[in-house]
Design a protein around this ligand. Structure first.
Ligand code: GSH
Length: 206
């Protein structure tokens, strides 16, 4: 299996961190979309979207980071990172869709905004905080969901949010960035997860 990735973005880092955390037998191949390597005919044959990450497993080509995470967890069941019962699996899908349909757009909007308005992100973090109450990880045990979601909160923008009103999220982020896979991908990132969580854009505690 080969993972095509460009570590400095959340969608890429979530997958590379997963591979490195569990020492999966996956060849990690860095491609740079900044140098347009993702637009080469050879790469477009793997991912016609011309984006990273992508995974090849023989002649099977898979793109979309969350699909890659669940595929890896299925192919490497020893990770125990993907529940197999119907409700557990639905719970994983719920949070993966939440990440791509709600968290990602909200964080993306913050990244490009001139003035940071956290009113879209705040309710999302509150919901995550409730879910993490009494749990070390989002579904209790460590799953693909933790990798998918934390990758968005340890970007430069994610670290600038004020988590004082979301103590469970703050504790979980610290737990996650100290996992082997995120430590191993830290040096490849830009300013992800350097320094403590700090408040600039404020999330109140109400
Ligand atoms: N929904 C996709 C998003 C993939 C994506 O947008 N990748 C970005 C980096 S995070 C990319 O390759 N951008 C380069 C480009 O659009 O040319 C996923 O989760 O994998």
């Amino acid at each position: 299996m080969r993972l095509y990735t460009f570590t400095v973005t959340p969608n890429n880092r979530k997958v590379e961190a997963f591979v490195r955390h569990f020492d999966l037998d996956v060849d990690i191949h860095h491609v740079s979309f900044k140098d347009r390597e993702t637009q080469s005919p050879a790469y477009l044959a793997i991912n016609p979207m011309g984006k990273v990450p992508a995974l090849t497993d023989g002649d099977f080509h898979l793109w979309e980071s969350n699909a890659i995470l669940t595929y890896l967890a299925t192919r490497f069941p020893e990770t125990r990172a993907l529940p197999t019962d119907a409700k557990g699996r639905a719970d994983v899908d719920r949070w993966l869709h939440w990440q791509s349909c709600h968290l990602m757009p909200a964080m993306g909007a913050l990244k490009v905004a001139d003035e940071k308005d956290v009113s879209t992100v705040t309710p999302l973090l509150k919901i995550l905080d409730q879910q993490l109450s009494g749990r070390d990880y989002i579904l209790g045990a460590l799953t693909v969901v933790d990798f998918a979601i934390v990758a968005y909160l340890i970007t430069k923008m994610g670290r600038q949010l004020d988590y004082s009103g979301c103590p469970n999220v703050a504790a979980w982020i610290e737990r996650m960035v100290n996992l082997k896979g995120f430590v191993a991908t830290r040096h490849l990132g830009t300013s992800h997860d350097t320094g403590p969580l700090r408040g600039r854009a404020s999330i109140d505690s109400r």
